[in-house]
Write a protein that binds this ligand. Sequence first.
Ligand code: ADP
Length: 480
Amino acid sequence: MQSITRRWLRSSLLISALVLVLAEGLFLSFLYQDLYGGVENSILNRFSALTGRLQATGTAGDADGTANSRAQALRRAVEQFDEKDKFEFMLLDQSGAVLATASGMSNDNLAQGDDFYRALTSAAGVGQAIFRTRDGERVMAVTALVPYAAGQIAAMRLVTSLTVVDRQWWGMVWISAGVVLAALGLMLWSGLFFIRSIVRPLGQVEATARRIAGGDLQTRLPDTRYNDEIGRLCRTINEMAEHLTETERMKNEFISSVSHELRTPLTSIKGWVETIGALRDPGDPNYRKGLEVIGAEADRLYGMVEELLDFSRLQNGIRLDCQVLDLVAEATDAALFLEGRLQQEGLRLVYEEPPEPYPVWADPARLRQVFVNVLDNAVKYSPPGGSIFLTLTRTPSTVTVAVRDQGRGIPPEDLDKVRQKFFKGRNAVRGSGIGLAVVDSIVTALGGTTRIASTLGQGTTVSITLPLYHPGQEHLHEPI
Ligand code: ADP
């Protein structure tokens, strides 16, 4: 379970963190450009205003005179410089030595910075440097070469303190880092909260499923308030446990009822064997009666063992050994087989044998079982004197066997369940509740369908539809 959290941390959160850090980096680099580039630009603007004025100075006179008047103009500009509180304005000679400063001080403090050399080497004649003065103050110095001859003056230099800009810069760095950290923290918190809402119930599901797998069928998952995949998974697991419990209960009931029922005929057989053994005269009427009872009880036992076999087939899957059969002949056989019982119970079978054969691809023993189970139910639930109708109809591709009785019918709420293993309706007479389950699984295995229609108090119709045999079907429908 830990791994979902780790996977999320690794994939989603890591990527988001990278994107955020990248965005932060971009933002800061733009901000840096904006702040420090802004300072440099404001200095350059002042330089270009000055050079503009220099260009206009002394254009008419001789070259030296012009150079001198430019030098004078520059010195005057330095003297009259009115932004002394913000900038230090200097004039430099060809070697970079200071000729004049606006503050009037020689200002060694600002001597460092290789902006002058950068200006000398740059194509535009401008150089910039950021450095710390001896007093420890960070400053920006920009030097621009004077583009005209101006006596000794070779360059102008403006130096400004970066204290305010630095403060702005670091303020923004901390604020934006705080925003990024807060965003990451929020993502982590909401993500973990969300993941926990998945991981926790999943852990519960896992533990409960393990308990169910271990045989504890009573355990259930608590109802979740979510109606999402997790909620549905919880409900499905609860339904599965419910279903397993029910099947387990019905199976146990079946086994205990069959074992009880086995004891009755065995006791009777044992009793009669002792009675016959004590008889000396084979002509004694009890001798015959005893043999008859033993025969009848053996039949009952046989039926029960068949039922047990059905049960094991249902558990292990039905094996089919198919061949081409005539469904009409099979139905007629089943009708004949039933005759004795019908007479005993005072019932009538209405069966009109179709004149032509209806070939199907089926296992004869299993098909017989289908007929026996359905007809047996019809007999069991018919009122005395009632009729049972056995009808065979065909379409070009299918054949349908319908068994209708006039019995008590199946309550509508049970109709869907009668095909389940071990299900016994509220109207059930006797039996273990696997007859129709066996019918349904055999018919399904043969590629057919079973339909059950019933009206309470009027009767029930069980219709079984199988595909008509056509050559090649054996390959489509391999025995399973
Ligand atoms: P069993 O083997 O005990 O007969 P089935 O699976 O054949 O069990 O039938 C399940 C339930 O369906 C029966 O307990 C009964 O309630 C109902 N049932 C089946 N056939 C009929 C019928 N012909 N008429 C009324 N109820 C029926």
